[in-house]
Design a protein around this ligand. Structure first.
Ligand SMILES: [Zn+2]
Length: 385
């Protein structure tokens, strides 16, 4: 091979590496926002957008992944909320949904979601220019570096090569941020209302979820273990981005959520010991063959409210206050250790009994094999230091 050709190939390879690296570093996209306002303008003028326009909007990166991977009919939910927000003929219907207290629909996720998305879309419509202007100033590189630093305190091995940047897609949805396979979907109004510190903490929160996925495959777990995995996963990250229950309540109001949302969240938070007692009772009924596995799993899924956050934030706050934060982090992939820590941290609340704990310990737990073993070596080495 000629020397010049060889040099050309090497330079090309280096250049393409640089491009890839640059792409992953600077990666916040908000193509879905323009689509929102395009459709909003039509609906506000009394024109129904044609199917192709809806489809084009839902083909933008954030929606495409959200629609494919969050829940069925997200596109229909979004269309319904858009129509209710902007169609003058539907003011009465809109007002009646907005007047429903969240406390009345907290167990009905569809009604709760449409109520929350509708409120959010109305706020996005009101704050149009401020919301669109904010994207000019995002420094993803700095944001990512700050989030990485925040995350380090919550990892057994803070220099783990499995920590990687994740692209952010900003769109209009419920006021939340969600990690979905290869992206973090971030609501634009939620982003707009957050302080810089909250955005950093939230990115660290989502990066932790992505990191933990290398070790645990919750999708293969039996129902009640899946719930405990969820509690453990969200509980650890809740310590990253939440300061206290009262701070969280005032943040919800700042994000534009109604007082009834805060009240429901707080009720679920406060009744965590009761919820855990009920989980134990249900599990024992299953162990004693009083209910079928199908019934057990379906009832367990009813324990997940507000994504499991109020219950698990209660649990990890208790664990932290009892002085076991380090143990919580070092056993981040074991639901058994998580419940043991909860039991150890309890002062006056309900303690899970031995039969439940023994059953939990005997249940086969799914892990992501190779990564888990490799990391065990690293983790043990780090723990010994
Ligand atoms: Zn989370």
């Amino acid at each position: 091979m000629k020397k010049s050709v060889f040099i050309f190939i090497i330079v090309s390879i280096l250049f393409s590496f640089n491009c890839l690296y640059a792409q992953s570093e600077v990666s916040v996209e908000h193509s879905s926002i323009n689509g929102f306002f395009r459709i909003a303008d039509k609906l506000a003028s009394g024109i129904e957008p044609i199917e192709e326009e809806w489809n084009d909007w839902f083909e933008t990166q954030g929606y495409k992944i959200c629609i494919a991977e969050t829940f069925d009919e997200r596109d229909l939910f979004t269309r319904k909320a858009m129509d209710l927000t902007l169609n003058q003929a539907k003011v009465g219907q809109r007002d009646s949904i907005m007047n429903i207290p969240v406390t009345d629909i907290v167990s009905d996720w569809e009604s709760l979601l449409i109520r929350v998305i509708l409120q959010n879309f109305m706020d996005i419509k009101e704050n149009r220019s401020a919301i669109t202007e904010q994207f000019q100033t995002i420094n993803y590189k700095q944001w990512l570096a700050d989030a990485g630093n925040r995350l380090k305190n919550f990892l057994v091995n803070p220099v783990d090569s499995l920590i990687s940047p994740i692209p952010v897609s900003i769109l209009c949805m419920e006021p939340d941020a969600l990690i979905i396979s290869v992206i973090i979907a971030w609501d634009c109004k939620f982003f707009y209302k957050q302080t810089e510190e909250e955005r950093i903490d939230m990115l660290a929160h989502e990066m932790f979820h992505a990191y933990r996925k290398h070790f645990v495959d919750e999708s293969k777990a039996p129902g009640f273990i899946k719930l405990i995995y969820l509690w453990q996963n969200e509980g650890i990250v809740d310590l990253i981005d939440k300061k206290s229950a009262s701070d969280l309540s005032s943040a919800f109001i700042r994000y534009g959520l109604p007082q009834s949302y805060v009240d429901s969240y707080d009720d679920i938070y406060q009744s965590t010991p009761q919820t855990i007692k009920e989980l134990e009772k249900l599990t024992l009924s299953f162990i004693h063959n009083e209910i079928s596995e199908k019934e057990f799993n379906s009832k367990v899924s009813g324990f997940i409210q507000f994504g499991g956050h109020p219950n698990t934030y209660y649990m990890t706050t208790l664990i932290k206050n009892a002085g076991f934060e380090k143990e919580l982090i070092s056993t981040f992939d074991s639901p058994v250790e998580f419940m043991k820590l909860y039991n150890k941290s309890i002062a006056k609340e309900y303690r899970l009994n031995d039969e439940f704990m023994n059953y939990l310990e005997k249940t086969k737990l799914p892990t992501n094999g190779a990564h888990y073993k490799a990391s065990e070596v690293q983790r043990n080495a780090t723990l010994r230091k």
